[in-house]
Design a protein around this ligand. Structure first.
Ligand SMILES: [Zn+2]
Length: 303
């Protein structure tokens, strides 16, 4: 996708460009154009870049598109300060260039072991199960990067190989966007939500396979595709679900408001439809809700 067509897509598709911006095809064959962005391109950088929620603070793109967007943002900040002032959220966006999936060698990126995606070993059953387009490199310096109003890059890391840097994560912008919309909807519903804990975000196959069969972890888990997260509301940050239903006990009933919020968000934004599962507390964890943006509806666990 060239610069102009990227901007055209952003303008025409609005927030839907979140999905267009994660194309299935490699971009290696396209060289970035060397022409400066035209004024119309700058005007095309509208608020849809911030997602349906308006709360995205970073965009992750294939290298060619990342270069184009960064160049346009630079031009907007320098040459069109009035536009930048009018759109502070867009002007402040961080652009993250993804490392192509093909850079993974023998199941590793550098010292970081990730294993093999199902699509590397057999024909994927649908586009949603194709290998992810690329990885975000996570360093000790950028791990606290704010991806949106409520979420940081480190929130979505696979919980393993703690001493290995850099790490790599597969993550979809539309998941972050959906989680922000869920928080906004919970607040509309009267639940004051300042913090949602991501208990499990991205899980690369090497880690995911260690738990297959245990706790419902599936070998085709959406967590491997960066579009799933297991979440609970944790305003007091005690590591457990908050008492959302006000019965002074932490039970699976506290997951119900989250489930209702996800239903409302999917009704309003069919582009963000996906799976949802309700989980009871065990010895290992409190109640939580699985939310993903796989593109087709799926429900389990009474959700
Ligand atoms: Zn899950």
């Amino acid at each position: 996708m060239t610069g102009r067509s990227l901007f055209a897509a952003l303008l025409i598709a609005g927030a839907g460009s979140l999905h267009l911006a994660a194309p299935r095809t490699a971009h290696a064959e396209l060289a970035p154009s060397l022409t400066a962005p035209a004024p119309t391109d700058l005007l095309a950088l509208d608020d849809s870049l911030l997602g349906f929620s308006g709360k995205l603070r970073a965009r992750f793109l294939p290298p060619v598109d990342a270069v184009e967007l960064e160049r346009a943002l630079d031009a907007m900040r320098r040459a069109a300060p009035d536009v930048a002032t009018a759109r502070p959220g867009v002007a402040a966006l961080t652009v993250v260039s993804m490392v192509p999936f093909e850079a993974k060698v023998s199941g590793r990126m550098g010292l970081y072991r990730m294993g093999f995606w199902p699509g590397e070993m057999r024909t994927s059953r649908s586009a949603a199960y194709d290998n992810p387009p690329g990885f975000i490199q996570v360093t000790q310096a950028n791990q606290n990067l704010q991806l949106s109003e409520h979420f940081r890059l480190r929130d979505f890391l696979t919980k393993d190989q703690f001493t290995v840097w850099p790490k790599y994560v597969v993550l979809r912008e539309s998941l972050i966007d959906k989680l922000e919309l869920v928080i906004a909807e919970l607040n509309v519903m009267g639940h004051r939500v300042g913090h949602v804990q991501v208990m499990s975000g991205s899980r690369h196959p090497f880690y995911n396979q260690q738990g297959v069969g245990k706790g419902g972890r599936a070998d085709d888990s959406r967590h491997q595709y960066g579009d799933a997260s297991d979440i609970f509301v944790d305003n007091d940050r005690d590591g457990n679900m908050d008492d959302l239903d006000g019965d002074r006990r932490i039970t699976v009933r506290d997951a119900e408001p989250i489930i209702e919020a996800v239903r409302r968000v999917e009704l309003a934004h069919p582009e963000l439809i996906g799976g949802m599962g309700r989980y009871h507390a065990t010895d290992a964890h409190g109640p939580f809700v699985h939310v993903d943006v796989r593109g087709t509806p799926a429900r389990w666990g009474g959700a």
